[in-house]
Structures are given as structure tokens and as C-alpha cells.
Design a protein around this ligand. Sequence first.
Ligand SMILES: [Zn+2]
Length: 378
Amino acid sequence: MKSVFVYTSAFDTYSLGTDHPFKPYKATMVHELCYRYGLFDHPWIRVFEPNPAAGEDLAEFHSPEYIDALKSCNGGHFDFTMLHYGLGTGDNPVFKGVYDFSLLVLGATLAGTRFIITGEADTVFSPVGGLHHGGYGHAEGFCYVNDIVIAIRRLLANGYKRVLYVDIDAHHGNGVQDAFYDTDRVLFLSLHQNGETLYPGTGFENEIGEGKGRGYTVNLPLPEYTDDEVYVRAFREIFPPLARAYRPDCVVAQIGLDTLKRDPLTNLRLTNNGYCTVMEEIRRSCPKILALGGGGYSVPDVVRGWTLAWAILNGIKPVDRFLGSVGSGVYGHGQAMEDLYDQPHRVSDALRKSVDIYVDNKIAYIKAHVFPVHGIGA
Ligand SMILES: [Zn+2]
């Protein structure tokens, strides 16, 4: 195994605003916690400091007009014409360095992609990447650049025949879905809180791709109050059979952690126990994995969860090297500092019943309309 954690403290220099939920500095916290738990202490693991991408890299997906607009906002000055590009909204504010920040996010993701392509790494994690809502000509959902689409295109252009994209963020990966809706070279799978109750309002089970891509877009919408048990069950019914049938050359995983019950923006009820079980399934699915952070707005919970994800990707156990020497409460919610895992959580039986019915229905739809395309269950 050869692993790369892509990280630079330069992320700390950017802020979308003090009240904005997206905190680039969470990368630094994950880096610190991984260090604390000895998760870089193996000869096959390295931490790589990325440089910003070039403007031309953005052009591999985004429109020239959008790139110009984003660039013009870099000084932090807003003018109303920018709203046409989704810039200057509450979700995507114009802030000082917004263009530089976008290039840095992309640079980190593309550095990881390059390691995979050259064979210098088979496992990569870039915590600030995974901006799955970014559109061709506009920003939305905290995403100014769609680093995922550009990374997948790079893989496809460099001899990768089949890329499996799995998105476990609480929001639907609409920007990525749109970019690969008509191709069978990317199998897109997103589990998310349903579009009836959460932005971006898409990702219904009947969105399954078109043309050659029919059956290569898979959406499993989940209702509010979905907890670990239901989530893991649903994931295991859909993901492993599809991954086995598709035989991807590489998995690109958006491992957003806004599914957690304390997340302030969503209504799912996961703990990091369910998340870790799913991460283990993803790890098993392919020797090559490019993992990108994505969402997650209860920052201490996200930091603990991504630390565990990095351990799982590397098949190692976190061991606290500074046990007792650092005060508790920094990354936890009143639990023991040495404990990275959440307390288990299960929703009430009454809630569970309606969640189960909803989810079973969606799984049945996927099995009926998507599985046959892949020869599963035939
Ligand atoms: Zn999200």
C-alpha cells in the first residue's frame, strides 16, 4: 500500500465568513488529530503539500465566463452581476481570495489524482476536496469549483476505463451526476437525504442516467431520521453488488460527514460507527481510492470521523500518542478524549418503522431498474 494525505496549512488562510458553516480549517484539525493518533507513522504513508492548480485546470470543466467571473471576485468585492454565476449568495459568498482558494482546493485534489495515475499512491485523502455541487457555469452549495468532475475526467483521460464514484455526503452530488449522466465509464452512486427535505432537491431514485449512461447513475434517497442501522443496511444492499459487477479501475469517494446526527444543516441521524462501517465497505471495493472530504458542519465530529476514515483507508488502528497530555473537549462532546468513536444511537421504533418502509421502497426500485443493467440478480 502507498498512501498520501494531501494537506497544506494554507487552507487556514481562507474564510468564507465567520457565520458560514464551511470551514476550510477543518483540514488542519484532521491533520493534527491524525498526527496525534499516529496515523502518519507508517513507511507507506506520506503527507503531501499541494500547490494551487492553474486556471487552465479549471477550464477542464468550467465555462470561460464562469472562470472569469470567479477570478474577478478574488479581491473580495461583490457586484450584482455576479449573482448570475451563483457568486455573492449566502451559500457562496464572495470573499477575499475566493479564486485562489478554489485553485488550492483543485490543486490538492489534482495532486492526489496524479499520484493515483502515476502509481505513486493507491490511496489518497484530500479533506478539503469533494465539492460535488459545483456547476459548469455557476457556483452553488458552498462549491465554487467541481474538483471531482475534473479529477474523474483526468482519470478517464489517462487510461482508466471505469471509475466508480460513491458519494456518502448528506446532500445529493448533483454537479457530478450532471457531468456524467450519459456515460457508462463512470458509475455514479449517491446516498443522501431526500430532495423533498434537503437541498439541492434532486437525486430521486428514478434519476438513473440516460443513453449509454442508463443504469450508471444510482440514487438512494433517504428520509429524515435515518440512523446507522438503516443506513448501513441500505448501503450494503446496493453498493457491494454494484461495485463487484462494475469492477472499477479506481474508486473516487466523496466522504462528507454531514450525515451525523449533530450536523446543523441536515436531518439524518448517523453516528461515526455507521459511517466507519460504510468506509470499510468502500475500502474493500477497490485497491485504488481517491477520497475527498466534502461536507460536514459539526466540525469536531467531522474531524474525529475523518481521522477514523483515514485509519480505515490505511487498515491501521488509531493509538493516542498524547493521551492525558491534552485537555478534553476539543474534538469531542463531553466524551473521553481518547475515544474517537461516537456513542451508539438508534431512533425510536415509531420513527424507525416509517424510515424502513421508505428505504425498502427505494432499494426495491434500484434492484428493479438498475441491477438488471449490470446483470445482478439475473
Ligand atoms: Zn453535504
